[in-house]
Ligand binder design. Structure first.
Ligand SMILES: [Zn+2]
Ligand SMILES: [Zn+2]
Length: 232
C-alpha cells in the first residue's frame, strides 16, 4: 500500500488474501484509488476478483487481465508507456521479462513520495529510469546458492533453469541499481526474495555497501514512515 497524508491509498499487487489487504487498510476501502497488477501469477493477483467485487478497480495490461480471466467492469486495461492517474498518483507501466503473457513494472509518481520504481518478476531490466526517489525491486536469488542447491540435489535442474529465466538475481539487481541515478533515492526495498535461494542479511548488506542508502527487506507488516521524496 502507498498511502498519502490525505489518506489516498494505491494498492500495488493483489497477491495476498483480500482479508489481509482489508486488515492492512483497517477495513476502510473508501480512500483506495485503485490496484495495479504486474502479471497473472497468483502471488501477484489472487485477490483481484474479490477486490473488484468490493468495488476496487484493478489495472493491468490486456494480456494480464485476460490471463487472470475475471470479467468485470472494474478490470481496467492500460497500455504500456501510457501515463494514467489514480487519485493524486501518476503512473506508467513498462514491459518486463517474465514467463507470462504481458508482464509489466510500474513507475509511480506522487508529490509526497516522488518517483517510485516497482519492479519484480523479471530476469533482466533493459531500462534506465528517470531520477528515482524510492525503489522497490526484486532480489530473488543468488546464483551460487542456486547452483549449490542443484549440486546437493535439493533443486531439480528445471526449477533452477526456470528461476534464471524469470527472476532477478541479486547480481542483476545490483547492476540495475548501479546503472541508475540514485542521488535522490531515499529507500530501497528488496522484494520477492526466494525462501530457499536467497540470503536476506547478505543481500541487504551488499546493497547498502553498493548504494549507501537505507535498505529494507520486504516482509509481512513492514511499514516505512519516511517514504517522502527527499533523502535529507
Ligand atoms: Zn511471476
Ligand atoms: Zn512472483
Amino acid at each position: 500500500l502507498l498511502t498519502a497524508n490525505n489518506g489516498q491509498t494505491l494498492i500495488i499487487e493483489a497477491g495476498v488474501r483480500f482479508d489481509t489487504i482489508k486488515k492492512a487498510l483497517q477495513y476502510n476501502l473508501r480512500n483506495v484509488v485503485g490496484c495495479i497488477i504486474t502479471h497473472e501469477h497468483k502471488d501477484h493477483c489472487k485477490a483481484a476478483e474479490s477486490m473488484m467485487l468490493a468495488g476496487i478497480n484493478c489495472y493491468s495490461t490486456a494480456g494480464t487481465l485476460d490471463a487472470i480471466g475475471v470479467k468485470s467492469h472494474r478490470a481496467m486495461i492500460i497500455g504500456k508507456d501510457q501515463i494514467f492517474s489514480l487519485g493524486d498518483f501518476r503512473l506508467k507501466a513498462f514491459g518486463v521479462k517474465h514467463d507470462v503473457s504481458d508482464p509489466v513494472g510500474y513507475l509511480i509518481n506522487h508529490e509526497e513520495c516522488g518517483t517510485v520504481l516497482f519492479l519484480t518478476d523479471t530476469y533482466y531490466c533493459e531500462y534506465t529510469f528517470p531520477p528515482l526517489n524510492n525503489i522497490l525491486v526484486e532480489a530473488n536469488y543468488c546464483q551460487k546458492i542456486l547452483d549449490d542447491r542443484l549440486k546437493r540435489g535439493e533443486n531439480p535442474k528445471v526449477v533452477r533453469d526456470r528461476v534464471i529465466e524469470s527472476h532477478l538475481s541479486i547480481d542483476n539487481c545490483k547492476a540495475l541499481l548501479k546503472a541508475n541515478d540514485l542521488s535522490k533515492v531515499n529507500n530501497i526495498v528488496l522484494i520477492h526474495l526466494s525462501d530457499k535461494n536467497s540470503d536476506e542479511k547478505r543481500f541487504k548488506r551488499e546493497v547498502e555497501e553498493l548504494t549507501g542508502k537505507t535498505v529494507h527487506i520486504a516482509e509481512a507488516g513492514l511499514e516505512i514512515d519516511h517514504f517522502n521524496d527527499s533523502p535529507f
